[in-house]
Ligand binder design. Structure first.
Ligand SMILES: NC(=O)c1ccc[n+]([C@@H]2O[C@H](COP(=O)([O-])OP(=O)(O)OC[C@H]3O[C@@H](n4cnc5c(N)ncnc54)[C@H](O)[C@@H]3O)[C@@H](O)[C@H]2O)c1
Length: 376
């Protein structure tokens, strides 16, 4: 019989609150708790989802006997909170990214990846990054077709995260005001960090599809003339709103990712192209096209396995949310490493860290750090 697990959701903001009913409905979750330092959010979430077990802080919930915690707090808090939780004997699901260092230093991002992996090894706890791109239908479709050798050799995988800072549907200034509690003026004073430090949605795609890791990268940065948010006199000193990186992968293929925060576009975080020696896949806003040397046709990319009935109705980011929950809960129940383990997550972050360093040096080739494959 499959083992049921107990889990606490830490961070009940806009994003975390959406995960509470999915974890609660999962057939392998036997007990659920919620946690937030904001009492209003804690009480309203507990009441809405009829959850009796509540905790007023991460420190408190770490003292509980829960098996696992889902850390869905602000993005600059994730890594230290994940480590604190694993040290307290909890398996960890972390919202993306691994961390966005407020220092703006790529070396700090790499340090946190190394510390998370070291903590997994020391404590035996499992860590999973909740990377939504991994479970998007087009990425799962490309993974399946690669497994079937349908592309021939993969020569190139391209992915992009196009999210204008002032996008009406998700204005990043307003998001930062909500996450920091600062005024609009104070958020502008803080400034925007390097896009490549939030590379997870795009860089995860070539890594997930090929199963390889990046070895070296060259990246260029774009600074919008007169930009009032990405400026030198800010917390991180970052002037790039957009960064474009090309990298070599350990299987000989190439990856290219675009991270754009000043872009006239409705917004997109997705696989854009797989170029294979036998066939290729192009993913556009209007659909996916499979092409070989004779013809090109729109294809249906949904090929994900069926989810357990009680969580099938949930969606979010290409329908990825229930798949993320299912993968984490099953991995912990089975005692195996999750597919998006600490080692896999570090491969996404390391591309961004090296890419931003390259951009700062005008596109100079930079080696990408790697911590090896996920252990069994
Ligand atoms: N596509 C995606 O994967 C995606 C999309 C949106 C958000 N996210 C991630 O989700 C995370 C949360 O986003 P959000 O918009 O809900 O943020 P938010 O600021 O609205 O919520 C974070 C919550 O964490 C709580 N918190 C902070 N420290 C805590 C502690 N020590 N103990 C208990 N609670 C604590 C805060 O009080 C707050 O309620 C972000 O890191 C973001 O990167 C990912």
């Amino acid at each position: 019989m499959e083992k049921k697990i107990s889990i606490g959701v830490v961070g009940l903001g806009q994003f975390g609150r959406g995960f509470v009913p999915i974890f609660k409905a999962h057939p392998l979750v036997g007990r659920i708790a919620v946690c937030d330092i904001d009492k209003k959010k804690l009480d309203s979430t507990a009441a809405e989802f009829k959850i009796r077990e509540t905790y007023a802080s991460l420190d408190d919930i770490c003292k509980s006997d829960l098996d696992a915690l889902a850390i869905i707090t602000q993005h600059w808090l994730h890594a230290p909170q994940a480590i604190q939780s694993m040290e307290a004997g909890k398996h960890v699901y972390s919202a993306v990214p691994v961390i966005t260092p407020r220092s703006g230093q790529s070396s700090e991002l790499l340090d946190w990846c190394g510390k998370i992996i070291a903590t997994c090894k020391k404590t035996g706890m499992k860590y999973m990054l909740g990377e939504t791109s991994y479970f998007r239908p087009e990425v799962q479709y490309a993974m399946a077709r690669h497994k079937n050798h349908d592309f021939g050799h993969i020569a190139l995988v391209e992915a992009e995260y196009l999210h204008d800072t002032l996008l009406p549907a998700s204005n990043l200034i307003k998001v930062m005001m909500a996450r920091t509690g600062l005024s609009e003026q104070e958020v502008y004073k803080l400034g925007g960090g390097p896009p490549m430090h939030y590379v997870t949605h795009s860089a995860s795609v070539p890594v997930a599809i090929t199963g390889a890791h990046a070895t070296e990268v060259s990246c260029f940065g774009y600074a919008m003339p007169g930009d009032d948010y990405y400026r030198k006199d800010t917390e991180t000193g970052n002037v790039f709103s957009n960064e474009v990186a090309t990298f070599k992968m350990s299987d000989g293929s190439l990856g290219r990712v675009i991270e754009a925060r000043r872009v006239g576009h409705v917004g997109r975080e997705a696989l854009s192209r797989v170029v294979g020696t036998k066939a290729s896949l192009e993913v556009t806003l209007k659909g996916a096209i499979w092409s070989d040397m004779k013809k090109a046709d729109f294809v249906k990319v949904e090929c994900r396995p069926k989810l357990p009935d009680p969580i099938r109705k949930f969606g979010g980011h290409g329908g990825s949310h229930p798949y993320l929950v299912d993968e984490f809960v099953r991995a912990i129940s089975d005692g195996r490493q999750p597919k998006i383990s600490a080692w896999e997550a570090a491969r996404y972050a390391a591309i961004g860290a090296a890419a931003h360093e390259s951009a700062l040096q005008g596109g100079k080739l930079v080696q990408v750090q790697d911590w090896g494959d996920t252990p069994a």
